[in-house]
Design a protein around this ligand. Sequence first.
Ligand SMILES: O=C(O)CCC(=O)C(=O)O
Length: 290
Amino acid sequence: MTATEWTYPAITDDQVDFYNTNGFLVIPDALSPDEIEELRNDAVEICRGKWGEVRNLPDFTGEETDGEILEQVLCIHQVHKISPIQHRYLSQHTMVDALTKLIGPNVKCMQSMYFIKSAGMPGQAWHQDEIYIPTRDRSLTGGWMALDDATTENGCLWVIPGSHARGILYPQHDHEDVRFDSAQESYRFPYSNDEAIPVEVEAGALLFFNGYLLHRSLPNKAEFGHRRVLVNHYMSAESLLPWRTTEGVGVARTDVRDIVMIAGEDPYAWKGIEDKARPGVRGVGEHHKH
Ligand SMILES: O=C(O)CCC(=O)C(=O)O
């Protein structure tokens, strides 16, 4: 089966309504088996240095098996900045179809993250993505491509349905919870853990979530294997992107132009595009270092 023979699902109006009400949406069978395989293989190539430098990678000798490589890396940010394969998947067929219906005709992407999350690796505590990547029209949308079956055992995503709707960003603080990586945790929100639901999906599914939706993932408690996911972040091209990027050394800029257009027209094309962000491995936190 080649990618071109795959029948891609088309997102329906009912699915758009579900997303608007609940803040998330699953589209099964969004990727062909060939696409899943290509994305899985590319993670190893990225870690082996095929496409160039990745900040904070372990010092691999070149003698490791693919499995030994994967089990040492939790997540690599901005993989599309070096891998042409990851760059191509920003605009994967179902992804573009869904995003143009969920966001609007003009869509840009500013971030990719490849989670490998092997057995034993931590999850990420409750958070809202607009805390990190603020838009001006609340259009931030995560497009999460499952490359393995994601289950409660291996650390699928958990969401609080409808928690995006009020349009409030809750505060964040550091945490000492060993289940999670070092990213901060949202608190003081009016929901309990009992209201959260696991989003278990099969490999090849696409999961979309709103930038104001409270979500988290738990550790991979399986005995072996990975929970691989490519998650890209998108927004309307009409909104400026006042992002506090690492390249800006923590300073919010008026409009970060390190973006990739994936559908429609860029109303700010006259500003040009920059190429600043470089890929880097996410820290797992002190309590997870071997
Ligand atoms: O997949 C995960 O483990 C976490 C992903 C996530 O929280 C995000 O992309 O914002």
